[in-house]
Design a protein around this ligand. Structure first.
Ligand SMILES: Nc1ncnc2c1ncn2[C@@H]1O[C@H](COP(=O)(O)OP(=O)(O)OP(=O)(O)O)[C@@H](O)[C@H]1O
Length: 279
């Protein structure tokens, strides 16, 4: 024993990520002008931590999430995930990668297929990633994950419309957990929920982080929620990453003018600038 602290391992390393969207096309539909939604953004997420991306609407948060999941192609930059360069994956490789990088969506109402039962919704990731060969194996994993998110296994044959908003989001979280991913990207995962339900879902994520050692990239415009859940926070302003640091550092001593503005305009009680505020 040397007494030295272990260095955290970077699970995700984003280097100079740039995404430009076409903003004007010529007569034959070729893009001739571009809008830079994400500009040379670099950050990392350590294994087992929650990093939040914050910023006002249009600052590029969701675009970063989409580039990471390969839902959209980035224009420039590098992405390293779990020791692998995933900057330029082929579609088949991206599918395999998504087993380890899953997403929780903002709107639990539209993100679950209304025609599928919970069993079908949760079976799908297992089938796509060829993870459970038999029906019994699938059943076991579904029950295990429903238990983790606090939905009774007896509700497995129900359809999404039979659940409340908070329960639907728990099912969304369950779906993301099915393949035992290493990283979960939660894009405004609680914004569509009532405040009291938000707190329950956030507490569930905190509990899952502790129990499963989850690594989370949490995308949100809500500074109170971010304060509660995050280890570190990265602030985006019009596509630029202007500041990154521990929640305590950023909230108590914001370095960038925009971060100060964001904090002053958020309904965050003063003590919330210290860690541990409840939402
Ligand atoms: N598919 C697209 N085509 C063209 N422009 C886009 C597209 N998606 C996003 N944008 C633009 O890119 C910029 C960043 O958008 P993005 O959705 O990433 O921001 P955001 O911070 O997630 O905002 P919000 O919280 O409102 O979703 C915005 O100016 C947006 O209009």
């Amino acid at each position: 024993m040397t007494g030295k602290a272990m260095r955290p391992r970077k699970l995700l390393d984003v280097v100079s990520l740039t995404k430009k969207y076409p903003s004007k096309t010529n007569l034959i539909g070729r893009p001739v002008e571009f809008h830079t939604a994400v500009n040379q953004v670099s950050f990392h997420v350590n294994e087992g931590e929650v990093l939040s991306l914050v910023g006002e609407s249009g600052s590029g948060k969701s675009t970063i999430g989409k580039c990471l999941l390969k839902v959209t192609d980035m224009t420039e930059g590098f992405i390293y995930f779990d020791g692998q360069d995933i900057s330029n994956l082929k579609p088949e490789e991206a599918r395999t990668m998504r087993r380890n990088m899953q997403m929780i969506f903002q709107d639990p109402y539209s993100s679950l297929n209304p025609k599928h039962t919970v069993r079908e919704i949760l079976s799908l990731p297992l089938k796509v990633h060829r993870l459970a060969r038999t029906g019994a194996e699938r059943e076991k994993r579904i029950k295990e994950v429903l238990d983790l998110v606090g939905i009774p296994a007896a509700y497995m044959e129900r359809y999404p419309h039979e659940f409340s908003g908070g329960q639907k989001q728990r099912i969304g979280i369950a779906r993301a957990l099915m393949s035992k991913p290493k990283l979960i990207i939660a894009d405004e995962a609680v914004s569509a929920l009532d405040v009291s339900i938000q707190a329950q879902v956030i507490n569930l994520l905190v509990q899952l982080k502790k129990e499963l050692g989850l690594t989370l990239l949490f995308i949100s415009h809500d500074l109170a929620v971010v304060n509660y859940i995050s280890d570190r926070v990265a602030v985006l302003y019009r596509g630029d990453l202007v500041e990154v640091g521990s929640v305590h550092e950023v909230y108590s001593q914001p370095k960038h003018e925009y971060t100060r503005l964001l904090l002053s305009s958020s309904p965050l009680p003063d003590p919330a600038r210290r860690r541990g505020v409840s939402v």
